[in-house]
Write a protein that binds this ligand. Structure first.
Ligand code: HAM
Length: 444
């Protein structure tokens, strides 16, 4: 067997001393600084995970009702998948590494490119359209701040192979339905890239990108400076009118005749007929490079600078990855930002029943715990061999109800149920005790 040559630490529990295999020096435990998680990542304690799962399942449920089925792709991909459309510049914003076989890989900064790669690899002949969704973590090498992390989760959907106004409208309606299901307060903005692109059509692609990047960042001073330097100050005036415009016919007036005018009108009509709460915004440029038409973003009220909680639009990527040119439309919800925006409001904690018992009651207590769990109620038993009074003291800090099982209860079919919030105590048969706890919202 080949021995691993890397360093390891040997711990001697009897002496509390530690030795590194690469040098013979021994250290006393406790002298090392406490290890911390990597910058821009977070740990989630059980309360937070319960809250996150509650919201995640609401999103899953809406996706299911609209027919979007879950897919899963690798956490890392060939670097090329992400640089092919966006260029090498994007490497700065990613976690990129070379594996032992010399392959250049990247932790996924988003999931859309992976989903389209998977579609071409695995499902390009499947009946269209494909309705897919995902809930997955992404990695971006960004400067961390509130709402901006280096590891974060997206709940996204991709509608692949439908190139129509009803398809665009469906994805936007689904976005609204999902955000509504979370309870987050948000503003939805819908735009279309054709307006901006029509105004910029005389610029070379790199110049177009530069202008779009200023618009995406809403950096209008740099926009003006760039256009002045290009000798196009009038373009700045039209672009700013477009950014401020909130009316479709007015936008057509500013941008001139644009391709797909009817489709845009039809999409907007569908959103209006469905009563979707949105505003038009023709200044949406989207940071990612693959969007082609309809674009939309949602913003939460209470998040400060990093307040965009959803982004998406129509795009074309399949032809770049070796497939046929396929129209797609999708979005991703920034799940962590939604959770920050919701704060503590959305989470109802699980009801906990502590099964406290004396040594004579242990076997009966195991049976009682099993009955509560079979009814879908969280039941916990002492593992520390504490006395009954100490078990109840612990339960008062960790549980909502206590079931007390002493010798008397072990010999009868009744249990003593104590409400640890009100102090009320009742002797009941087991089904009645379970029903009483369930009536407080616990269980199935
Ligand atoms: P995106 O706008 O880059 O779009 O990301 C979607 C959402 O992810 C953002 O609106 C934001 O809420 C969240 N997000 C982005 N970066 C971070 C971060 N560093 N920390 C926390 N949250 C973040 C996409 O990724 C596209 N793939 C969306 C899409 C799907 N377009 C079509 N299909």
């Amino acid at each position: 067997m080949k021995m691993c040559s890397s360093a390891f630490w040997e711990v001697f529990p009897s002496t509390g001393r530690i030795r590194n295999n690469t040098n013979t020096k021994e250290y006393t435990t406790g002298i090392f600084p406490m290890l911390q998680k990597p910058r821009g990542t977070r740990d989630f304690l059980p309360d937070e995970m319960e809250a996150r799962r509650t919201i995640e399942w609401r999103l899953r449920e809406v996706a299911r009702r609209w027919g979007y089925r879950e897919v899963c792709t690798p956490e890392f991909e060939d670097l090329e998948l992400f640089t092919m459309r966006s260029g090498e510049g994007i490497i700065e914003e990613m976690y990129v590494f070379t594996d032992k076989g010399g392959r250049s890989l990247a932790l996924r900064p988003e999931i859309t490119a992976s989903v389209i790669r998977m579609y071409i690899n695995e499902a390009k002949v499947a009946p269209k359209p494909l309705r897919w969704c995902y809930f997955a973590d992404c990695f971006r090498y960004e400067r961390p701040q509130k709402g901006r992390y280096r590891q974060f989760w997206q709940f996204g959907v991709e509608l692949i192979g439908a190139d129509t106004a009803p398809a665009d409208a469906e994805v936007i309606m689904l976005a609204a339905d999902m955000l509504n299901a979370t309870g987050v307060k948000y503003e939805l903005k819908v735009g279309h890239l054709s307006f901006m692109k029509n105004l910029l059509k005389d610029l070379e692609p790199p110049a177009q990108r530069k202008v779009m990047a200023h618009l995406d960042k809403k950096d209008y001073d740099s926009l003006k400076a760039t256009l002045d330097a290009m000798g196009k100050p009038d373009l700045g005036t039209s672009l700013l009118s477009l950014v401020r415009c909130r009316d479709l016919s007015e936008a057509f007036g500013i941008a001139g005749t644009i391709p797909g005018q009817e489709r845009i009108q039809q999409t907007i009509n569908t959103l209006d007929a469905a009563g979707i709460d949105y505003s038009l915004n023709f200044g949406i440029a989207r940071g990612l490079d693959y969007y082609t038409g309809m674009v939309f973003e949602a913003f939460a009220e209470n998040l400060g600078a990093e307040n965009q909680i959803l982004g998406g639009g129509t795009y074309r990527l399949a032809h770049l990855f070796g497939g046929d040119d396929t129209a797609s439309c999708g979005f991703a919800i920034g799940f962590d930002r939604v959770m920050v925006s919701l704060g503590e409001t959305q989470h109802k904690k699980d009801t906990v029943v502590a099964i406290a018992f004396t040594s004579e009651g242990r076997n009966h207590a195991l049976e009682v715990a099993r009955s509560f769990r079979n009814a879908g109620i969280r039941a916990e038993m002492d593992l520390m061999e504490r006395a009954l009074s100490a078990q109840l003291a612990h339960a008062s800090k960790t549980a909502d109800f206590a079931i007390v099982i002493g010798q008397r209860e072990a010999e009868s079919s009744n249990v003593t149920l104590k409400n640890l919030h009100s102090g009320e105590q009742k002797t009941l048969d087991l089904p009645a005790a379970i029903a009483e706890v369930a009536s407080h919202g616990a269980g199935r």
